[in-house]
Ligand binder design. Sequence first.
Ligand code: FAD
Length: 341
Amino acid sequence: MAAPRVAVVGAGVVGLSTALCIAETCPGCSVAVLSDQFSPNTTSDVAAGMLIPHSCPGTALHVQKQWFRETFTYLFSISNSAEASEAGIHLVFGWQVFKNSPEEELPFWSDVVLGFRPMAEAELRKFPHHRSGQAFTTLKCDCPLYLLWLEKRLRAAGAQLYTRKVSDLWELHSDYNIVVNCAGIGARQLVGDKELFPVRGQVLKVHAPWVKNFVRDGDGSAYIYPGIHSVTLGGTREKDCWSLSPDPGTSKDIFVRCCSLEPSLQGAQVIEVKVGLRPSRQRVRLEKEVLRQGEVKLPVVHNYGHGADGFSLHWGTAIAAARLVGECIAALQSSSSRAKL
Ligand code: FAD
């Protein structure tokens, strides 16, 4: 058969990384990214971009750990290369602090990040309202920079990027042999997935170049993540809330909570307030499906529903999705050679 044509729907961190992984690992196929929005207008542009995963009840822990390890290893190598500043990837040291003892002394990702250890008494004196904590070095993505870098890598790999809203995956069957669904929260409408729900998050970008270490309250109520050009302050988690309008009261609360963790932020200037909808479900949907209309078939690979962990897990899930695309290509090639016999 001719070179298989693969369409990836979605240009957030999941769609772009999946498209890149397919272009790099499935030789001979042509890849197109179709998306109604590109950076800077995706949820992925809003994310803080920290590699600290949450455990997701519907996915086996060893699978989550593998996805995280693969993502960490990939981004670590970028952070350690000449590409680091353009790709917006850097290492950052900091603390996750707890008012009581943490639920897990050793979270599943503790041996993937660097130098994980309990905080020393002397470090804990910085946080008088907290009783314990964990110190480690992890990676942070400056999300819009990273998305632009992925787009550049994709173009260099020969992929095409088109602005297009897809109303129904079936509409792609005449132009593409395989479709990969990376529509994030858009998958709820695109494939009618009622298990997918939004978790609204609001963050502040502030100018505070003196803040060099991250701080995260272990209960998730506040985080301070220094990036290349600004510091991200969060966070909020509002289940089933679809509003994309920033709420001034919420901004004030986030600022107060973060100042109580890092008092020097009182002198910080707010640059921007951003809101995004985390595409959440019990587990990431990462699987093959074959759509059929009569005799005509369209293989689809789904890769969406990363919730609060799109950056922490994206490269691991991209590798798994590209493997499924490879299986679809092999099946198409074997049915086309059977048809010739
Ligand atoms: P998106 O970025 O939403 O991309 C979906 C793409 O699909 C878009 O391009 C959209 O235009 C396109 N699309 C949708 N429907 C259609 C259609 N019908 N036709 C064509 N195109 C379509 N994660 C972390 O790992 N670390 C963090 O620190 C972190 N912080 C966060 C902070 C906040 C405030 C928020 C909101 C999220 C945060 N996240 C974080 C989560 C992360 O942002 C998401 O998991 C991730 O962005 C999901 O990526 P995605 O590519 O699946 O979705």
